[in-house]
Design a protein around this ligand. Structure first.
Ligand SMILES: C[S@@+](CC[C@H](N)C(=O)[O-])C[C@H]1O[C@@H](n2cnc3c(N)ncnc32)[C@H](O)[C@@H]1O
Length: 245
């Protein structure tokens, strides 16, 4: 499916999000807080649009995706970026490779998202950061209703006019509705072993940006606690910090 939408992927995104994607992406880069010379994994990078700001800032970014169609479009546009073919659930990188990892609008598309969270933990250095941008649940009920109407009715209709594969946007709408809300994703992160989990709602919760850190002490401490039955999700949830804005 992603191979099919690759050629017009970025233009269609801008139209369907009414220009909001640019603002969301800027906030993701700020949340990563990485410096020139550091190594960053941008997972499910697609055509590399989410990787570009890092490359532009002199950061050594690896754009990884399993769609060769998306990678091809990306490489043609930005030959300077290191595009790597790889599956999020079985990353082709050694343990503790990256100073920080990120995934923008991709985790929802991965067949086994929890496994991708564990894989990102493995390849990130101890103390390193994870930032996830993903569609989420608007928090105010009226806004949620309006947004759901847009998703289920207007978006597929617009997609017929602007996309070569409108069915992909029906899938997009359905996958967003089926995706866990902000707290639920935060709990998944903690289950996978990430700590200091926070999130910030953008556009009233249409998108959430989750931030987390790999423990310094050792890999997958949270996952080990969970396996041992000492870290139930209910207790983990109480430790999730929501930033003020
Ligand atoms: C909506 S695009 C996001 C692309 C980019 N991050 C952005 O912000 O524009 C989602 C991407 O996830 C990729 N993807 C889905 N499942 C994957 C997996 N298991 N491993 C790697 N990439 C995957 C798709 O190929 C697609 O390029």
């Amino acid at each position: 499916m992603f191979d099919d939408v690759a050629p017009k992927y970025d233009v269609v995104n801008d139209v369907l999000s009414m220009g909001q994607t640019r603002r969301w992406r800027k906030i993701v880069v700020e949340a990563m807080d990485v410096k020139a010379g550091q190594r960053v994994l941008d997972l499910a990078a697609g055509t590399g649009t989410s990787s570009e700001p890092y490359a532009d800032a002199g950061i050594d970014v690896v754009a990884c995706d399993f769609s060769l169609g998306m990678l091809k479009v990306g490489k043609r546009r930005r030959p300077d970026i290191d595009f790597v073919a790889g599956d999020a659930t079985r990353l082709p990188f050694a343990d503790n490779t990256f100073d920080a990892s990120t995934i923008s609008f991709g985790l929802r598309n991965v067949n086994e998202p929890k496994r991708a969270l564990t894989e990102m933990l493995r390849v990130t250095k101890p103390g390193g950061r994870l930032v996830i941008a993903e569609f989420s649940q608007p928090v105010v009920p009226l806004w949620r209703t309006m947004y759901t109407e847009y998703l289920m009715r207007a978006l597929p209709a617009i997609a017929v006019k602007v996309s070569s594969n409108p069915d992909a946007y029906v899938y997009l709408a359905e996958s967003i509705r089926a995706w866990p809300d902000q707290d639920h994703l935060a709990a998944w992160l903690q289950e996978a072993g990430w700590e200091n989990v926070t999130y910030r709602n953008l556009s009233g919760g249409i998108v959430a940006v989750h931030r987390a850190q790999k423990p310094l002490a050792g890999p997958a401490a949270g996952a080990a606690a969970l396996a041992a039955g000492t870290g139930p999700v209910s207790r983990l949830r109480r430790n999730i910090t929501r930033p003020a804005r």
